[in-house]
Design a protein around this ligand. Structure first.
Ligand code: 3PY
Ligand code: MG
Length: 240
């Protein structure tokens, strides 16, 4: 299992994003589904983050080709596509990530205008990563078909929505290590197709438990959690 530690961010503030990108984590994911990251904010962030070594992903708001194209045009290394309800959604997401003949992405890379040159379409197709979220009952039901969908590079588990959808708790979901349990099933589907598997953890303890399910690519914390932890540490030091 290859371990990769990411930060999930909701801020649209470019300075904060740059500090987070330089903080030692392996990657950032900008969340455009929840929070204030709109298309303009995304372009501002992409312009700044292109110069740092930590790659960034964008969690787009929905299975939406326009948003997927915008995120990739702004320089994102890949997208995390939420609320996928089955293999058809996954195929639509995958098609939106790649230029023809592999997909239907429209040519219009914006980030190269900020100093670099545009990668050729085949190179862009090679390096892009299309992560499809498994967080609905439909996606779990069809997870083997989703994993086998051409152009899907990874399955990304959303434990919060998946627990809600299954009528269980995140705690019970993470604790379920039966061979046919939801997390085991997603990991097995990814492994069978040789694709990546990742998840949102949000805190180190959930990350440890997800890693026990052989899920290496994790959003281990969030911008908000890091700020809160920093504030707690400083206040505790003052009191101690
Ligand atoms: C989930 O856990 O449902 C997520 O989408 C993480 O942000
Ligand atoms: Mg979710």
């Amino acid at each position: 299992m290859e371990v990769s530690n990411g930060i999930w961010t909701s801020t649209a503030d470019v300075d904060l994003l740059l500090r987070l990108a330089g903080s030692g984590f392996d990657w950032l994911a900008l969340d455009a589904q929840h929070g204030p990251v709109d298309r303009a904010a995304l372009h501002g962030a992409g312009r700044a983050l292109g110069a740092v070594s930590a790659p960034f992903l964008v969690r787009v708001p929905a299975v939406d080709a326009a948003w997927i194209g915008t995120a990739l045009d702004a320089g994102a290394h890949g997208v995390v596509v939420p609320s996928v309800t089955g293999a058809e959604d996954a195929a639509r997401a995958a098609m939106a990530c790649r230029y023809p003949p592999l997909g239907e992405r429209s040519w219009g890379p914006w980030s190269p205008m900020w100093g670099a040159s545009a990668p050729a379409a085949d190179v862009a197709n090679e390096v892009v990563r299309c992560w499809v979220m498994v967080e609905t009952v439909g996606a779990l039901d069809e997870v083997e078909r989703i994993a086998a969908t051409p152009g899907v590079d990874g399955l990304f588990i959303g434990p919060l929505d998946l627990a809600l959808a299954l009528g269980t708790s995140v705690e019970a979901l993470l604790a379920d290590d039966a061979p046919d349990g939801p997390l085991r099933r997603v990991v097995a589907a990814a492994e069978r197709q040789g694709i990546l598997v990742g998840a949102f953890a949000g805190n180190p303890s959930a990350a440890t438990r997800l890693r026990a399910h052989s899920i290496g690519f994790l959003a281990v914390t969030t911008d908000a959690a890091l700020l809160a932890a920093g504030a707690r540490t400083v206040l505790a030091e003052l009191e101690g």
